[in-house]
Design a protein around this ligand. Structure first.
Ligand SMILES: [Zn+2]
Length: 282
């Protein structure tokens, strides 16, 4: 273990002891150790084309054909991803009583699989699909197996995995057949808040209530470039709460941060958990 990781872990443990009602905000960095790629580099810039926009998805059949054809390949990686040490360490912090609420910008449900219970999926969940007209819901894997049998040629293709269950496939998508809502023939869409859409207000309010009951914010593995996450750091700062960040790169909230550790997430979180466990035993 390098000094910097040990020191960051110690410092983070001290921060958590002083602020034991954490409002934790997580982003893509928490899931990259699970093999799920992210969109941005250490400077917070796009390192690949930005994801689909909500308005384009709803307006264009061609966009939806491309989306679902690529997802047929890419979603397997999301489904098969395993929880990382970072997910487990955050679940351990909750079990030790240090987490008031964990708000994640990830849609992979890996926090829940690691054992975290107080979780808000701010941007929704990729494993469910909903009808944009009647609200009918179905599991994503059921829709995928249906579409795989409707499109055997596409189902047999392979391509590199991309963030959010996407794949780097470029071909003619115009023949791809999409499953429509079995109840009303409406447009089916993953229950994920796309770029250009807004977080449902009830969910945003639940996250806000958690913030009001917390005594500090800890952002983990997020560049905070997306406004829906950044706004909570800005609100916390306005409320006088300390805002700390553990991530590899810069964040949009750097100017607001009271503590910042630019270090690999999993070893620092694991180090912090073991420090806290040792102190509990002392
Ligand atoms: Zn419907």
């Amino acid at each position: 273990m390098t000094n910097s990781i040990a020191q960051a872990g110690e410092a983070l443990a001290g921060f958590i002891e002083r602020h034991p009602k954490l409002w934790v905000l997580t982003g893509a960095g928490v899931s990259t150790d699970s093999g799920i790629p992210d969109y941005r580099d250490a400077d917070g810039q796009w390192k690949r084309p930005p994801p689909v926009q909500h308005g384009d998805f709803m307006a264009s059949l061609a966009v939806r054909q491309r989306y679902w054809a690529r997802a047929l390949i890419g979603f397997k990686a999301l489904r098969e991803a395993q929880v990382s040490g970072a997910h487990r360490a955050l679940a351990a912090l909750e079990a030790m009583g240090y987490v008031e609420l964990l708000v994640t910008q990830n849609v992979d449900r890996l926090h829940q699989r690691a054992g975290s219970r107080k979780v808000i999926d701010l941007h929704g969940r990729a494993d469910m699909v909903g009808c944009m007209s009647c609200g009918y819901q179905l599991m994503r894997h059921a829709m995928h197996s249906e579409m795989a049998s409707m499109n055997p040629h596409f189902a047999a293709l392979d391509a590199g995995h991309a963030p959010d269950g996407d794949a780097d496939l470029e071909t003619d998508f115009s023949m791809f057949k999409i499953l429509d809502c079995p109840r009303c023939k409406g447009i089916l869409k993953p229950q994920v808040v796309y770029y250009g859409d807004v977080v449902p207000s009830a969910r945003r309010l639940a996250a806000q209530v958690g913030l009001e009951n917390a005594d500090a914010v800890l952002a983990v593995g997020t560049s905070l470039m997306v406004y829906s996450g950044y706004r909570f750091c800005r609100d916390a700062h306005a409320m006088g709460l300390p805002v700390a960040s553990l991530s590899l790169g810069v964040t949009r909230a750097d100017a607001l941060l009271t503590h910042q550790w630019r270090a690999p997430l999993t070893p620092v979180l694991e180090q912090a958990v073991s420090c806290l466990q040792r102190r509990l035993l002392d």
